[in-house]
Design a protein around this ligand. Structure first.
Ligand SMILES: Cc1cc2nc3c(=O)[nH]c(=O)nc-3n(C[C@H](O)[C@H](O)[C@H](O)COP(=O)(O)O)c2cc1C
Length: 226
C-alpha cells in the first residue's frame, strides 16, 4: 500500500531508549511502518540543546501529519523540556500564522500504581492541541510504568497483555484515521501487576540495588532539605 502519512514520535524522557516512553511509542511506530507510514523518532531533551536542533525540531513538526508524544509524569505534570517544546511550537505557530493540520496523541506513564495520576498531564496536552489548532486524537495513561523501563513488550509476557491490546487498537485507529477508542484508553489504564503491594515491593528492591550500585545505600534515609 502506498502511504504518504508522516508520523513523528517525540520522546519526552531523559532516559531515551531505556525509558517506558520509548518502548510504548516505538511499539506503535513499528505497526505503522508495516503499513508504510513514514516515521521518525526525536528525543526532546537532546533536541533542545542548541538553536539549530530546536529549529530542526520545529521544522520536522511542521511537516508531519501526526505527532505521537510519549513522556513520563514528573511531579504530577509534564517534564520541563516537554513544556518548553509546547511553548516553542506555540510561538512558532503564532509567528507563522499558518493553519494547523497536525494531529496529536499523547502517552503518559507514571511511577505510582494508579494511572489516574496522569489525568492533568493529559488534560494539558489536550489544551495545548486546542490552543495551537492541532487535532486532539486522544491520550493514553499508564501506571506502574517503572515495570517496563526500556524492556521490549514482547519479552514482558502476560504483564503487558493489556498494554499491547491498547497499543494495537491505537495503531488501528491511526491507520483508519480515527480517534483513539475508549477501549484502548481502558486497556492502558489497567494495572500491570495484580497487587500494588507487589509493585511497590519490587520497586523498593530495585531502588536499593540502584543505591548500592551508586554507593548511596547509607544515604537512603537522608533528609537534606529539612
Ligand atoms: C523527577 C521525577 C519526578 C517524578 N514524579 C512523579 C509523579 O509525580 N508521579 C508519579 O507517579 N511518578 C513520578 N515519577 C516517576 C516516573 O513517572 C516513572 O518512573 C516513569 O515510569 C518514568 O518513565 P520513563 O521511563 O518513560 O522516563 C517521577 C520521576 C522523576 C525522575
Amino acid at each position: 500500500m502506498n502511504n504518504t502519512r508522516k508520523v513523528i514520535l517525540l520522546i519526552g524522557s531523559p532516559r531515551g531508549v531505556y525509558s517506558t516512553s520509548s518502548v510504548l511509542g516505538n511499539y506503535i511506530l513499528k505497526k505503522l511502518e508495516e503499513q508504510n507510514f513514514k516515521t521518525e523518532v526525536l528525543h526532546i531533551h537532546s533536541q533542545l540543546k542548541s538553536q539549530s536542533k530546536r529549529e530542526q525540531l520545529l521544522d520536522k513538526i511542521e511537516n508531519v501529519d501526526l505527532i505521537l508524544l510519549a513522556f513520563p509524569l514528573y511531579v504530577d505534570t509534564l517534564p520541563a523540556p516537554v513544556i518548553r517544546t509546547f511553548e516553542l511550537i506555540a510561538e512558532n505557530i503564532s509567528e507563522k500564522q499558518q493553519e494547523r493540520t497536525q494531529k496529536l496523541i499523547a502517552i503518559v506513564n507514571c511511577g505510582f500504581p494508579e494511572a489516574s495520576h496522569n489525568r492533568y498531564a493529559l488534560a494539558t496536552c489536550e489544551q495545548f492541541a486546542l490552543e495551537t489548532g492541532m487535532q486532539w486524537i486522544g491520550g493514553l495513561s499508564l501506571g506502574m510504568g517503572g515495570a517496563i523501563s526500556g524492556k521490549s513488550l514482547d519479552k514482558l509476557g502476560g504483564m503487558v497483555t493489556n498494554v499491547k491490546k491498547s497499543l494495537d487498537l491505537v495503531s488501528e485507529s491511526i491507520i483508519k484515521d480515527e480517534k483513539i477508542s475508549e477501549k484502548a484508553i481502558e486497556y492502558m489504564a489497567k494495572p500491570l501487576l495484580p497487587s500494588k503491594w507487589l509493585y511497590t515491593f519490587m520497586g523498593s528492591i530495585s531502588w536499593r540495588i540502584q543505591a548500592l550500585k551508586n554507593k548511596a545505600y547509607s544515604k537512603l534515609n537522608d533528609t537534606p532539605f529539612i
